[in-house]
Design a protein around this ligand. Structure first.
Ligand SMILES: O=P(O)(O)OC[C@H](O)CO
Length: 430
């Protein structure tokens, strides 16, 4: 994401001086001077050396983040080849620094590339290669053969068996117990828990649950950090939650609109504002009347289990207790992050099924309530703090929905034009 020019190592004041000097020498305009109150906030962020705090201060909607983000912030000079960067060179020569500083557009673009804590939230983590020596390589080859030709077929058999048992029980229960709603729902939920257990077994899930299991109390909602749709499977095998999630296409969509919907799960399309209203209404109804607990992934998107992005406030303005659940995957055998832009859910499952095991910890944490004077956004941030701390995740202030947004071509062209103009102007000056 774009940042203030300080991402090039210049603090606010220095940057302004450079621009003022340049303004005298040429007709290049400095960036618009911030208002007094904004300067104060910028100064605060600089004093704290917290770039993220600065970004948030400009929107006025988010609280300053912890200083741990600083550790995560790269230094531009580390990314430039030695001798090519911010070095003094004889006057009159075209220097890289001039080009880098030539326009806010370039500064902004480089800031977006280098200091992009947003993109890092959605990067898959490729495993560290460990097999490239004469002793380990044969072992690794053996492992590949074992995983793909022995474990995988066994797991397919387990999953197929699971589906046979599930469907041969679910269909009669669903159609024959029509007049006995309570019993039917209970049995259906048990069967959903059962099929989820088969899924977990099909990746040799090694899941350690900590804390008291969720109870069926009214007026409570469970919220968890989100890494993959397998989060839902892992939680569902223990408790038959009703979940609120994005509607999918294909076989996942079919399961959503048939089996899962019948156990109270709610699906929506995040791009449809009409859907959002319906979900908000269903949420309120569910919290007041339903007999099974409600689960929400308030990030609204899968994050790579190193970070947490902004929690949507919907779950925090229902006036009920919020029970946080923290999920942390151990990447020792496989990265459980579902990068939906790169692979389908089927491919993701196949990847898990061909790995040694999926190892993870789940913590059921103490229920939280809105404090007097606290806004739903502050409440959401407090719960995010609790989950992030428990699972060892870094908080970043981004809205995860932006993952699915692309800048419009017009916006891109305007940026390209402004960049080209400023480079040409600078070259003409030399
Ligand atoms: O990572 P996303 O945004 O594609 O979301 C995937 C699932 O719908 C989240 O449950």
């Amino acid at each position: 994401m774009g940042g203030w020019p300080s991402c090039f190592g210049l603090r606010g004041e220095e940057t302004e001086q450079v621009w003022r000097k340049r303004g005298r020498d040429s007709d290049t305009k400095p960036p618009k001077k911030p208002s007094k109150s904004r300067r104060k906030r910028i100064q605060f962020a600089e004093n704290e050396e917290d770039d993220e705090a600065l970004k948030m201060s400009t929107t006025g909607t988010l609280k300053p983040s912890s200083s741990e983000l600083d550790l995560d912030r790269p230094n531009i000079e580390d990314y430039l080849p030695s001798g090519s960067s911010i070095q003094q060179e004889p006057d009159g020569k075209l220097r890289l620094r001039d080009l880098l500083d030539i326009s806010p557009t370039l500064t902004e673009a480089a800031g977006a590339i280098v200091d992009d804590s947003f993109t890092r939230c959605f990067k898959s983590n490729s495993p560290e290669p460990w097999n490239w020596n004469i002793y380990l390589f044969p072992l690794w080859c053996f492992g590949v053969v074992f995983r793909y030709f022995i474990l995988f077929p066994l797991r397919v058999i387990v999953l197929t068996l699971g589906w046979i048992i599930f469907l041969s029980s679910y269909i009669p229960v669903h159609f024959l117990l029509k007049g006995h709603e309570k019993l039917r729902r209970k049995l259906e939920r048990l069967l959903v828990e059962l099929i989820c257990s088969f899924f977990v077994a099909s990746w040799t899930g090694v899941v350690k649950y900590h804390g008291p299991r969720p109870s069926m109390r009214p007026n409570q909602v469970f919220v968890a950090n989100h890494t993959s749709m397998i989060d839902f499977i892992i939680l569902e095998q223990m408790t038959a939650f009703s979940v609120i999630m994005q509607k999918h296409a294909g076989w996942v969509g079919l399961l959503q609109s048939t089996i899962l919907e019948s156990v109270g799960c709610i699906w929506f399309n995040r791009t449809e504002s009409k859907d959002r209203e319906i979900v908000a209404r269903k949420l309120r109804e569910h919290v007041q009347g339903a007999d099974n607990p409600l689960l929400i992934f308030p990030e609204g998107t899968c994050v790579n289990n190193h970070y947490t992005v902004m929690f949507k406030k919907g779950a925090f303005e229902l006036g009920c207790s919020v029970c946080p659940i923290a999920i942390k995957y151990n990447k020792i055998f496989v990265d459980a992050f579902w990068n939906s832009r790169k692979q389908s859910f089927t491919k993701h499952l196949l990847q898990l099924m061909t790995s040694w095991a999926v190892v993870c910890d789940v913590w059921y944490l103490e229920p939280q309530n809105l404090k007097p004077g606290e806004t739903p956004i502050e409440f959401a941030e407090r719960v995010r703090d609790i989950i992030s701390a428990r699972a060892g995740l870094k908080k970043v202030p981004w809205d995860g929905y932006l993952k699915h947004s692309r800048p419009s071509p017009k916006h891109r062209e305007r940026k390209q034009q402004s960049f080209a103009d400023s480079v040409l102007r600078r070259l003409e000056e030399k």
